[in-house]
Every structure is written in structure tokens, then in C-alpha cells.
Design a protein around this ligand. Structure first.
Ligand SMILES: Cc1cc2nc3c(=O)[nH]c(=O)nc-3n(C[C@H](O)[C@H](O)[C@H](O)COP(=O)(O)OP(=O)(O)OC[C@H]3O[C@@H](n4cnc5c(N)ncnc54)[C@H](O)[C@@H]3O)c2cc1C
Length: 443
């Protein structure tokens, strides 16, 4: 029922805005095929100009300065998808189980990206973060987070209600909370632009407005402008990563199930909330629940939701619509309503209710005093998570996934905290490439 109600709401919105024909799907047949000699055989061809594609391009170029690196970005500029539409929070790294890649990279990523922003003169808001237990049942999960923080080497302070109130005078707790001093805010657009500039200065050729369309059996990559015979391909295509990977024979057991994140801005002035405030998350899901975040300039917003989206780039209206993809995803969601390896029905219903401003404000009101729905009339720019589902277990994948061989490597499930992890994650990808190519990285 929730799926159908949501489908009805979204499709009515879609038809209301739809002029005549629908847009072509993102991966389509080339309009023209050229073969610019200088571009034909790059050592590395990177697909996707989000934070990960850019960080990987930089890491490869630094490791192998003689190698030519071309980055394909299908949009007119880099960072138009998750990397430019996220919360801008550099997570500290205490949510993740110590054996995960997320745990391995988040704390280091937080340190390195914070330092990078400071060195490059980009804005950083060092406001920290409170995680609050709203009831006695959540105190146990707070303990789990504290243990994970310790295991992951993350500074994290257990605080009482009074101590939490000294950090944020309006916060509500059931007596216990955690304070993370190293959680900071940055401007994701500024970070992407700085990485893109660094990559270009280092000799990476960014081809924006040029999307990967397909690959011939002999390994030639097609775009609408050119054909490439790359030495090695690295796929960091975010929401499209599983489709790109399938063109190389990977992602057989995975599909991206997109989840849309909606935000609402508060009309309260800068300074009305002093720190990020998060609830204790449901650790069975990769989502963190409705929380308060401060943007780098101190604006207050709540969200994001995790609504099951009907197509990958369903930001609003008909944008990115593909009938085939919509039917495929609907069929998958309907299947998950009947039989999933997790409680998809409950998740979908919980998230669907957050479409209502009043409900979202009520959830935010569990974290902070003095909250009213009227404060949240302004919507933020939505983002969509490239969340992977494992077709064998019908479960959401909780960690980053990498697949590859001696010809190509595919970054799948680059979900939160992918932005925070970008720099060490890129080094990890570089090392995996070196292993596949059996090429040592010069020291
Ligand atoms: C709502 C939301 C909130 C989040 N909040 C946080 C947060 O606070 N902190 C945090 O650490 N992480 C957060 N994340 C996660 C973070 O944004 C992602 O992990 C990260 O941005 C992933 O980067 P990416 O480069 O893999 O993907 P993207 O930024 O999506 O980049 C992929 C790029 O590939 C391009 N592309 C796709 N197909 C093709 C093709 N065929 N040819 C060429 N190019 C192609 C796309 O245009 C896009 O630019 C959030 C994500 C969302 C959605």
C-alpha cells in the first residue's frame, strides 16, 4: 500500500510537469562517433566526476605521474549528483562495525578532508555532533556506538543530559548522549570544485558532458564523442555504477535501489542551534534517521529522508525519467514488499510518512525543544543514495563494495559516508588497481 500511495503521488507530480516526450535514459546510443588520436588510448579512463572519481583520478596521477588520465563526466560539470547534494557532514566514524571498509576509512577521511579544506582555504564549521538517546531502549544502542567509536579510534565522549545541554541548550535527551568533537561541516560543492581544479592542475583531463555509453567486446569504450581503448577503466559512476559495471561483466549479484533524501531548512537564524543533533540510528539500516545538521554557513536543516525512489535520478518532476527503469525498480520494490531479507515494508512506510512536513517536524521535535512545523516551509535540494541491494540475500548492502580484474575496477555502493572517506578510499582503489595490474606504486 505505501508503495502504491507513493507511486500515485510521484506519478501525478510527474504527469503534471511532463510536457510531451520523456527524456532519453542516461546510457543511450551515441549520436556521433569520433576518434581523437590524442585521447584514444589513455592509461586510465575514470567514469564519473563525483568526489570519488576525482579523488581516484588524483591518486592515480600522483602514483603514476607518467600515466595519462581521462575522467568522463556525463553532466556539464562535476558533482551534480550525490557529491553535490549531500549533507556536507564529515562523519567521525563511530557508526560502523570495526571490520568494515567504512570504519577503516571514515576516521582517516574525516582528518584528511578537514585538513585539505583548511589548507585549500575552504570553509569548515567545527560544530561537533550530539547523538541523543530518546528513550531507555536507545541507551543500549548508544553503548554500541561508544564501543564502535573506541574500536575505530574515534574521539567520542559520553555525556549526561546536563552536559549535553551545555553544548546545545535546547537539546532533549532521556538522560544520555554522545558528543563527537571531530564531526564538522563543509560545503560539498566547494570540495568538489577544489578537487576538480587540483586534478586538472595535475594533468587529469576532465571531459564533462561526455557520458559512458557502452563497451565493445574487444574493450573499446564508447561515448557520444569518441571511442577509447583505455589501459584500465575505473568506474565511479554513483547511481549508474551497477549499469556501467554490467557492461564489463561485473555487478551480477547487485542492483542499485535508489533512496531519495529530502531536506527542509529552518527559518530560525544562524546560531539558534549550535551543533549537529542526531538520534540513535536503527543499526540494521544504513540510514541515520531525521536529524539536525548545520550547513557550513550555520543554516539549520532537518532530514534527509530515505524514500524509495522510482528511478535513479528522480530529483523532481520528470528529471532523469526512464519508463523501463521505473518499471524495473517498481517491480523490485513490490517484490521486496512481499519478501525481503530486511523489513522493507516498515522502512518504506516510515519514510513515506516523512513526506509530510508536520511529521518530519515532529521527529525533529524529539531532538530539540521549541520546534514547530511552520519553521520548515523551505525545501532543500534533494539527493539520491546509490544504495546497493544484494539480489541473493535481498538485503541492503551495508559496506562499500569493489569488484574488478586486470582491465577494470568498479566502485559499487558508494553511500554515506562516501564523501568523508573519499581520500583514503581513493588510495585503497589505487592500491587495488596496482595489485590487479601487478604494478608497484613508486615510493
Ligand atoms: C542525501 C544524501 C546525504 C548524504 N550525506 C552525506 C554526508 O553528510 N557525509 C558523507 O560523508 N556522505 C554523505 N552522503 C554520501 C556521499 O554523498 C556519497 O557517498 C558520495 O558523494 C559518493 O560519491 P561518488 O563520486 O561515488 O558519486 P556521485 O557524486 O554520484 O558521482 C558519480 C558521478 O558519475 C557520473 N556518471 C554517472 N553515469 C555516468 C556515465 N555513464 N558516464 C559518465 N559519468 C557518469 C554522474 O553524473 C556523477 O557526477 C550522502 C548522500 C546522499 C544522497
Amino acid at each position: 500500500l505505501p508503495s502504491f500511495a507513493y507511486f500515485y503521488v510521484e506519478i501525478s507530480e510527474f504527469y503534471a510537469e511532463m510536457p510531451t516526450a520523456s527524456l532519453p535514459p542516461p546510457i543511450r546510443e551515441p549520436a556521433a562517433v569520433g576518434f581523437p588520436a590524442s585521447d584514444a588510448r589513455p592509461d586510465f579512463l575514470i567514469i564519473g566526476g563525483g568526489v570519488l572519481g576525482l579523488a581516484i583520478a588524483l591518486a592515480c596521477r600522483r602514483a603514476w605521474p607518467e600515466a595519462s588520465v581521462i575522467l568522463l563526466e556525463k553532466e556539464a560539470r562535476c558533482g551534480e549528483h550525490a557529491s553535490g547534494r549531500n549533507s556536507g557532514v564529515l562523519h567521525a566514524g563511530f557508526y560502523y562495525t570495526p571490520d568494515s571498509l567504512k570504519a577503516r576509512f571514515a576516521a582517516e577521511g574525516n582528518r584528511r578532508l578537514t585538513a585539505y579544506c583548511r589548507e585549500r582555504g575552504l570553509r569548515v564549521l567545527a560544530c561537533g555532533k550530539l547523538v541523543v538517546a530518546r528513550n531507555a531502549a536507545e541507551v543500549a544502542s548508544l553503548e554500541t556506538l561508544l564501543e564502535r567509536g573506541r574500536a575505530n579510534g574515534v574521539p567520542l565522549e559520553p555525556v549526561t543530559h546536563d552536559e549535553a545541554r551545555r553544548i546545545e541548550p535546547r537539546v532533549k535527551t532521556c538522560g544520555r548522549a554522545l558528543f563527537s568533537p571531530t564531526t564538522v561541516s563543509v560545503d560539498p560543492g566547494e570540495v568538489v570544485a577544489a578537487l576538480a581544479a587540483d586534478a586538472q592542475n595535475l594533468g587529469v583531463r576532465i571531459h564533462s558532458g561526455e557520458g559512458f555509453l557502452g563497451r565493445t567486446p574487444d574493450g573499446v569504450v564508447r561515448t557520444a564523442r569518441a571511442r577509447y581503448a583505455p589501459g584500465y577503466v575505473i568506474n565511479a559512476a554513483g547511481l549508474q555504477a551497477d549499469r556501467v559495471a554490467r557492461a564489463f561483466g561485473f555487478s551480477r549479484h547487485y542492483r542499485i535501489l535508489p533512496f531519495k533524501g529530502l531536506y527542509r531548512y529552518s527559518n530560525e537564524p544562524t546560531g539558534a542551534v549550535r551543533t549537529h543533533i542526531y538520534p540513535v540510528p536503527d543499526l540494521r539500516h544504513p540510514f541515520l534517521g531525521v536529524h539536525y545538521t548545520l550547513t557550513v554557513d550555520g543554516r539549520i536543516k532537518i532530514g534527509p529522508t530515505a524514500l524509495p525512489a522510482l528511478w535513479r535520478e528522480q530529483y523532481g518532476g520528470r528529471q532523469g525519467f526512464s519508463a523501463r527503469e521505473c518499471l524495473e525498480i517498481l517491480a523490485r520494490q513490490t517484490g521486496l514488499l512481499v519478501h525481503a531479507g530486511f523489513d522493507f515494508r516498515r522502512l518504506a512506510w516510515t519514510e513515506l510518512r516523512k513526506q509530510s512536513r508536520h511529521h518530519m517536524a515532529a521527529l525533529a521535535g524529539e531532538l530539540l525543544e521549541g520546534v514547530h512545523a511552520d519553521q520548515f516551509r523551505e525545501r532543500g535540494r534533494p539527493g539520491i543514495r546509490a544504495q546497493l541491494i544484494d539480489l541473493r540475500t535481498r538485503r541492503l548492502e551495508m559496506d562499500f563494495v569493489l569488484e574488478g580484474d586486470a582491465r577494470s575496477l568498479h566502485v559499487l555502493n558508494a553511500v554515506s559516508p562516501g564523501f568523508t572517506c573519499a581520500l583514503p578510499f581513493a588510495d585503497h582503489v589505487r592500491d587495488a588497481v596496482a595489485r590487479h595490474l601487478q604494478t608497484p606504486i613508486p615510493t
